[in-house]
Design a binder for this molecule. Structure first.
Ligand code: SF4
Length: 475
């Protein structure tokens, strides 16, 4: 589904490289392949040879960087970031990487995720005299590092990380070193790769493919990796706890060609579709998926039911930030910029419309109507996730509980509101089985909090629900 029309947004994508003379340009390509994770801002900091330089701006990667700007970013190490703003809001100052210059040396930070205790930490730091440059939750890490009493930077970073709660995948670049850290629950994906002698790290493995890098391994939750001219060192900054990788990475965010924690996204989504077909079959003439994330699911659903898969909906890919969006009145007159039905495919047909989730319900209703206007005789909606009933505090903008349609309505009420002939959601058990994460016998390894309200960490100092092994979890 299209993030910008749905109200379900990823916060960021990060990419880093150490040991390549074209570090900035490779980071540009890496960020371009991660563009789906954030379209509001992009930035690159280069370093590794005694100084840090940066360029960042609002908009898509291709809008922020020109060849001339990249050529000026010289250095054999770089970190980059694409941003969708939730924590701290938008604006140029919050575009990452954030760069801090001080007498003790410069430091750049790129963060994917959301800290659930950022306000608390910020309040404490401000009372101790820290002055913040941004409203981003990311900046607290820089202040914690600066205030640490540990004698060397690696220990200061380790100590600072122990204060953070929530979801974080961090890249830190100094004049001479790069650090990589993933939170103890591992909410966000983070993979390591090699490009010749160079080391690369990215939110998704699709960024390795685009630059010809090979995948090496996942960054472990609770791990801090340090890379410098002497080589690579890995240490833990937190003890092992149950992994809670975000289920929505598999369902919706990650690109189909990425592997997240060893599982290919296209394959996982096809399995979600097959399981959905098993749980909620229906008599119909065609199956169509809402692009992009639900196409793989629709293919799986079609394969399992024998109903032909067709391209019933087309996404317009060229709607950039500066495009003049239609006003509400023009939208009501039928100006549809982002999604169009294929009349020749759906007219006179009973259509199964597969989508990844329903957040507020307004988009689903619009698509159902669009299909009917194009001549579909019936529209059966199948959703490849359980109902989203709780907000996310870990970096996904899923709206407040009041805005979540499934938090306040039964499935039958939602069906009526979106004007579908039938509606079914995937079960939680089906979700886990279809994704098929490895059995580690203690937990299912996935965060399900937006479906269950059982948050893996304290939220605002409180445990909200308890993330325990549920009766339906096999693992
Ligand atoms: S609450 Fe939902 S969206 Fe947020 S990390 Fe957990 S599974 Fe992902």
């Amino acid at each position: 589904m299209l993030a910008e029309i749905k109200g379900l947004n990823e916060e960021c994508g990060i990419f880093g490289i150490w040991g390549h003379e074209e570090a900035a340009t490779l980071t540009y390509y890496g960020l371009h392949s991660l563009q789906h994770r954030g379209q509001e801002g992009a930035g690159i900091v280069v370093g590794g040879n005694g100084t840090l330089q940066f360029h960042k701006g609002l908009g898509l990667v291709t809008e922020v960087f020109s060849r001339g700007e990249l050529e000026q970013l010289t250095g054999m190490a770089a970190i980059g970031h694409v941003r969708y703003s939730t924590a701290g809001g938008g604006g140029y100052t919050n575009v990452q990487p954030l760069l801090f210059r001080s007498q003790g040396g410069s430091l750049a930070l790129a963060h994917n995720g959301n800290l659930v205790n950022a306000d608390e930490l910020r309040f404490r730091l401000e009372q101790q005299g820290s002055i913040f440059q941004t409203t981003s939750d990311t900046e607290v890490l820089a202040h914690l590092i600066k205030r640490s009493d540990e004698p060397i930077l690696k220990e200061r970073i380790k100590e600072a990380l122990t204060h953070l709660r929530g979801a974080f995948a961090f890249l830190i670049l100094t004049e001479t070193e790069m650090y990589i850290a993933l939170d103890p629950h591992g909410f966000r994906p983070l993979s390591l790769g090699r490009l010749g002698e160079a080391y690369v790290v990215a939110s998704e493995t699709c960024a390795f493919d685009v630059i010809g890098a090979t995948y090496e391994r996942e960054v472990e939750p609770g791990e801090l990796i340090m890379i410098n001219k002497q080589g690579v060192r890995s240490e833990r900054f937190a003890p092992k706890v149950a992994r809670s990788i975000c289920s929505m990475e598999y369902i919706y965010f990650a690109r189909p060609d990425s592997n997240v924690d060893g599982i290919n996204i296209h394959t996982a989504r096809k399995n979600l579709g097959k399981r959905l077909a098993f749980e909620a079959p229906v008599e119909a003439d065609v199956v169509t998926g809402v692009p992009d994330s639900s196409i793989s699911v629709a293919i799986g659903y079609a394969e399992a039911t024998g109903i032909p898969y067709e391209l019933g909906l087309i996404k317009n890919r060229y709607v950039g930030r500066t495009f003049i969006q239609p006003s509400q009145s023009l939208r009501e007159q039928g100006v549809k910029m982002k999604l169009s039905p294929v009349q020749g495919v759906v007219a006179g047909k009973r259509v199964v419309m597969v989508d990844d989730s329903i957040v507020r319900g307004t988009t689903s209703k619009r698509i159902v109507r669009m299909l009917r206007e194009a001549g579909a005789t019936e529209v059966h909606v199948r959703i490849s996730s359980p109902p989203i009933t709780h907000p996310c505090f870990y970096g996904i903008d899923t709206s407040t509980k009041e805005e979540l349609i499934a938090a306040n309505h039964t499935i039958e009420q939602i069906r009526q509101l979106i004007e579908a002939d039938s509606l079914a959601f995937l079960s939680q058990e089906g979700l886990l089985q279809a994704i098929g994460r490895p059995n580690d016998s203690t937990n299912c390894g996935q965060c399900l909090a937006c479906f269950t309200g059982q948050y893996p960490t304290k939220i605002g100092g409180e445990h909200v629900g308890t993330c325990v092994q549920a009766s339906w979890c096999e693992y």
